[in-house]
Design a protein around this ligand. Structure first.
Ligand SMILES: Nc1ncnc2c1ncn2[C@@H]1O[C@H](COP(=O)(O)OP(=O)(O)OP(=O)(O)O)[C@@H](O)[C@H]1O
Length: 258
């Protein structure tokens, strides 16, 4: 029985194909509200595909996705879910402030949000710079600033720390935890395993299947390891890969760590 009340995200037996390839093979998971949830796994395992399905921009083959009590992609979720893709969604020929102001107007968010999100993403000193003149990390923070407008209850962030230097990475994780402390649920993907320890909860994906749904501490204890990378390798050894990844006929994979 899947409970959708009070959950941020409920995924039930989700199957997704992209082109001729089966990408998600009967994924089932339940993410309560609040906290920073890390979605980790190797490149190509289906993290972005799952995120796209959660925000309602991915055609799904079967299964259900409930987000904040509504079917994923419902109009009711438009202002309640923020999404940042891996590629920054910004206008290079506008300044940081002009980009953020434009997205604010489209969303109908309060005018005071512009300064707030520029400040939260530490872009104040670049507010009047053209986005095309910024570094990759700064451009992706402009995208993040746009997603923070209107203070959405759920933030879905696809590899937000990629290309950032260690100082900015730590600052960004600080921001994620401040948002979580204020009640936001953040789903943050990464293929950098050492970011796992910064999350309140971890979802480990491999080949479109859930290998683990655990707290970092629970994961290390269940696998008797000291770091997320070793834990991941241990889980892979415990649970062999699917032999026919294209068919999508396997039964529901259950988490192997709690
Ligand atoms: N537009 C597309 N058309 C067809 N197949 C796709 C498309 N985009 C992704 N795929 C395939 O879907 C699978 C999952 O890709 P996805 O981008 O979800 O992985 P990921 O875990 O987010 O990877 P990364 O960490 O490299 O971003 C991969 O095998 C990929 O080749």
């Amino acid at each position: 029985m899947v409970h959708t009340e009070d959950a941020a995200i409920v995924v039930d037996d989700l199957r997704v194909r992209r082109g001729k390839r089966g990408v998600l093979h009967g994924l089932t998971l339940h993410i309560p509200r609040g906290g920073v949830i890390g979605l980790l796994g190797p490149s190509g395992c289906g993290k972005s595909t799952l995120m796209r399905a959660i925000v309602g921009v991915q055609i799904v083959q079967s299964g259900s996705l409930t987000v904040l009590g509504h079917a994923a992609g419902s109009p009711q979720l438009r202002h309640r879910v923020g999404y940042v893709t891996q590629a920054a969604s910004v206008y290079d020929d506008l300044t940081v402030r002009q980009n953020v102001s434009y997205f604010r107007a489209v969303l109908g968010a309060p005018r005071t949000d512009v300064d707030r999100v520029i400040d939260e993403t530490d872009l104040g000193s670049h507010a009047d710079d053209l986005v095309g003149s910024l570094s990759g990390g700064q451009r992706s923070r402009v995208s993040l600033a746009g997603a923070l407008l209107g203070a959405p209850e759920l933030l879905v962030l696809d590899e937000p720390t990629v290309g950032l230097d260690p100082v900015l990475r730590v600052e960004l994780w600080g921001l994620f935890h401040r948002l979580a402390a204020a009640g936001t649920t953040l789903l943050v993907s990464s293929h950098v395993m050492d970011e796992a320890t910064r999350c309140d909860r971890l979802l480990l994906l491999r080949n479109g299947e859930l290998l683990a749904d655990a707290t970092p501490r629970g994961l290390l204890a269940a696998t008797d390891t000291n770091d997320a990378e070793s834990a991941f390798l241990t889980l892979i050894r415990q649970k062999p890969a699917r032999t026919k990844p294209e068919t999508g006929t396997d039964t529901d994979p259950r988490p192997s760590a709690s």
